[in-house]
Design a protein around this ligand. Structure first.
Ligand code: GRF
Length: 192
């Protein structure tokens, strides 16, 4: 049994998860990276970290069901029990949701339900909130709507830029996400 991380972009959270899983010797390894963006930086990180990667372009499939059906076959081959989304810029469809009930988690750079969807950091700055943060939640069919598992606040300073807030949020993510995933998989181990 193992974990797959899904990512579309830079993959700093993917890297933080892999490093912490190795440092702490998780009972379930991260065995696969799934990427939907050819050329994404996360693919380079997977090579460096020696994690097998699948990069599949959804445009090359007839529809979402065909795309996720392909992914599901791969996930089954790799014995994947948990899916951890880390900057995966695509809604999860019924094929994967039904195959992994309460086994797909996501991290979002705001205190949900504030600022769901894209550009959460920009939205926080534009709105002028004094506190934003990070949310880890279970994934359902909506956009960042699933049950919340954990949150941490991040202070927004006077005249904070989008870049500096994004950086602070990333640092908070790199601490929070591995901790929450570890708690989930070890709890699941005990009750399964
Ligand atoms: C993170 O801010 C995460 O909250 C959001 O996408 C971003 C991914 O960053 N879902 P990275 O690719 O892990 O650096």
């Amino acid at each position: 049994m193992s974990i797959a991380v899904f990512a579309s972009g830079s993959g700093s959270n993917f890297q933080a998860l892999v490093k912490e899983s190795r440092r702490r010797e998780w009972p379930m390894p991260i065995r696969l990276l799934v990427c939907d963006k050819p050329g994404a930086k996360v693919l380079k990180r997977a090579v460096e970290l020696e994690i097998p990667a699948i990069c599949a372009n959804p445009k090359q499939f007839a529809d979402k069901q065909a795309f996720e059906g392909f992914l599901l076959r791969k996930l089954t081959q790799y014995g994947i029990e948990w899916i951890v989304l880390a900057g995966y810029m695509r809604l999860i469809g019924p094929t994967l949701l039904e195959a992994y009930p309460q086994r797909i988690v996501n991290i979002h750079p705001s205190l949900l339900p504030a600022f769901p969807g894209k550009d959460a950091v920009q939205q926080a700055i534009a709105t002028g909130v004094k506190i934003s943060g990070v949310t880890v939640h279970f994934v359902d069919a909506g956009i960042d709507t699933g049950p919340i598992i954990a949150q941490v606040p991040v202070t927004v300073e006077e005249r904070e830029s989008v870049e500096s807030l994004a950086e602070k949020i990333h640092q908070a993510e790199h601490r929070l996400y591995p901790e929450v995933v570890y708690r989930l998989i070890t709890k699941a181990d005990r009750t399964d």
